[in-house]
Design a protein around this ligand. Sequence first.
Ligand code: MG
Ligand code: MG
Ligand code: MG
Length: 313
Amino acid sequence: MSDVLTFVSGHKSPDTDSICSAIAYANLLTQMGTPATPVCAGPANKETTYVLNHFGFAHPQIVTNWEEFAPNGGDLYLTDHNESKQIIDGYKSMNIRGVIDHHRIGDFETDGPVFIRMEPVGCTNTILTKLYIENNQDIPKHIAGVMLSAIISDTVLFRSPTCTETDKEMAHKLAAIAGVDIESYGLDMLKAGADISDLSNDDIVRTDMKEFSEGGQTISIGQISVMDTTDILAKQGELVDALESLRSANNYSASYIMITNILDESTTLLYSGDVDAVVTKAFGKEIKDNSVFLPNTMSRKKQIVPPILGAMK
Ligand code: MG
Ligand code: MG
Ligand code: MG
């Protein structure tokens, strides 16, 4: 046996899919003979905390810099991301062995050969469910629970346009194993995540934030999901100010926050930066006070990132 340590990690600003895919894939690797440890890039959000508590998992260890955490290096598998800006810092010291993901391919580059499994489905855990099945591996009940939770989260209970038939099929398999009623459990889980009562404006604009680059410019796009937008939109001006602080502190050309209403499946997009023209071009809608209302919009990956990056070109 080699003494190389093997880790699995999701992206920075971890969401439920990121943390649960690291747990699920580390378990699959371990079952198949490569002991692996799930880690995460930061603290679990409220939704993920609800999921971990519900199925009896401890919070995975947080790693913010690989060089500090594993000075002797190790093997690293990435789940739910591949763009360098979303990988935990210092990863060049690690040997990236594999990627399981459902996002666009960004600037991904490795030193050695790598196992890659990417599919255009709604959730990394949908792909992982298929990997368990293909490898004839049983999914333990509590692992099935967190995997199902991730599919519910990423597809917003199958409402998101990113949701595919495969996501639904795998979710139902997982629900049967976990002994969970998808609708009632799913609504409780989403409700736990949508509680923003104790978040500051700075917290809100940094929720689920990701960086993207186009033509030498870097932008940030966060997303916060709520069941009622009344309170949060009442302080729209303050949120734009918080976005501007975030933008200028990081030298982004623009910072965006999607305020997504899970129940009516719409998004209000707030932004800072000199990008009125970009936003107008991207969505073809009237903008007002650094915001644009987008009906039938829930997916950053499918409905926000491509038009914005396209408009920046
Ligand atoms: Mg994710
Ligand atoms: Mg995901
Ligand atoms: Mg997400």
